[in-house]
Design a protein around this ligand. Structure first.
Ligand code: PGA
Ligand code: ZN
Length: 406
């Protein structure tokens, strides 16, 4: 039974405060959960409240509503959280408050049963699948809302071949990252990094970023299109001008209609083996996504993040007519573990590829999402560059399980 719940503020990776919640059971077992924070949030994400308000809500309303409840009954815990919040977007108590409690309860339940967290999550997801290790999407060059440079596109990623072991995939990410660092330095660029640990040089465009990465891949000794593929999270909503209905790529002096934006991508897809393309169009343009899906998806997965925001209602809109091939899963876009798993279930039943993702403002000690990825059998994980503690800790968590399970 839940004995007490205590919430307080702690630091995230971006020198800002976030919420940490500690749940204690009658049996004396304790678990803590910290919640990350996005910078390029989707408009339809659940609402997170300022941290002072969020911690207060946990310490008063939520703590008293959950006292005495059964931590093994995650569904009832989450249903109670939704009931006391009483809003569709969690604006009353805050998605950050709710999620810190929801995930801390799952952790403390797993500890009580002496199970690794991924095993416990697997049991509540009722996953019959054997354990599979995901492919990391290493974000090695940053722009958009995550960098103080002039690059509009948010993330440029290397994607190791699915055929490699998990450990080999991490080696590939590290080798490409280090080779890119060297190449940037040799050409007089800064190797300062953005929020997710990728380099954030000035005077770059998307084609230039991809060319540099291609050279780094080959410098690191890998065959592009065989050992290593490319990915991008464009986060296009951030340079979409909704009034004029155009995309403004300022560093290239381009103002593009949706159709021209799609042609821009088609040119890139001809030149580079981009197998993963996240948020290429604005988050409200479901019709455009569906219209252009056949034009872009021949050899490339179109992935919805800001488009579907871990929300089953939004996912439904993206499935028919088909707008996407895969989804991003971020528990703090929706606010409870049960809703996150419901979203994953709907996506997997619709044959969507799953990527479990961090946020740009992450927490250095928390690895919940690594266990979540293993529990649901996610094909991909997106934890940023293979650098900076708050990113590395997640890749390492999966390495721990990989070696333990081998
Ligand atoms: P965010 O970005 O965490 O800043 O929202 C991550 C993403 O867009 O994938
Ligand atoms: Zn994204």
């Amino acid at each position: 039974m839940i004995k007490s719940i205590l919430s307080y503020k702690c630091l995230n990776s971006r020198a800002s405060w976030t919420i940490r919640t500690r749940v204690e059971l009658e049996n004396g077992i304790i678990a803590c959960q910290t919640v990350p924070d996005g910078a390029s949030k989707g408009e339809r994400e659940a609402i997170s409240l300022p941290v002072e308000q969020a911690t207060k809500n946990v310490n008063t309303t939520i703590a008293s509503a959950l006292a005495g409840m059964d931590p093994f009954d995650q569904k009832s815990i989450d249903a109670r959280l939704l009931e006391i919040d009483g809003t569709p977007n969690k604006s009353n108590l805050g998605a950050n408050s709710l999620l810190s409690v929801s995930l801390a309860v799952a952790k403390v339940a797993a500890l009580s049963m002496d199970l690794p967290l991924y095993e416990y999550l697997k049991s509540i997801y009722h996953s019959p699948n054997p354990l599979v290790f995901p492919t990391p999407l290493f974000n090695i060059l940053n722009g958009g809302a995550h960098a103080r440079n002039d690059l509009s596109f948010q993330e440029f990623m290397v994607v190791p071949s699915m055929g490699f072991s998990y450990e080999r995939k991490v080696e590939v990410g590290v080798d490409c990252y280090n080779a890119l660092s060297k190449k940037l330095l040799e050409n007089g660029y800064s190797i300062g990094v953005g929020d997710e640990g990728g380099f954030a040089p000035h005077e770059f465009t998307a084609p230039k970023a991809l060319s540099y990465i291609v050279d780094a891949v080959s410098e690191a000794g890998y065959a592009l299109g065989e050992d290593v593929f490319l990915g991008m999270d464009v986060a296009a909503g951030y340079f979409y001008d909704a009034d004029e209905e155009v995309y403004r790529i300022k560093e290239e002096d381009l103002v593009l209609t949706s159709e021209e934006m799609v042609d821009y991508y088609r040119d890139l897809l001809k030149d580079f083996p981009i197998i993963y393309l996240e948020d290429p169009l604005d988050e409200n343009a479901f019709d455009q996504w569906s219209k252009y899906h056949p034009k872009l998806s021949k050899n490339t997965m179109l992935v919805g993040d800001d488009l579907v925001v871990t929300n089953t209602d939004e996912l439904e809109k993206a499935l028919s007519p088909q707008a996407i091939d895969g989804v991003i899963v971020k528990p703090n876009q929706i606010g409870t573990l049960t809703e996150t798993l419901d979203f994953v279930r709907m996506a997997q039943n619709s044959e969507q590829v799953i990527t479990v993702s961090h946020r740009s403002g992450e927490t250095a000690e928390d690895t919940f999402i690594a266990d979540l990825a293993l529990a649901i059998g996610a094909e991909f994980v997106k934890f940023g560059a293979p650098a900076r503690g708050e990113r590395v800790v997640k890749y390492n968590r999966i390495l721990d399980v990989y070696h333990h399970e081998k």
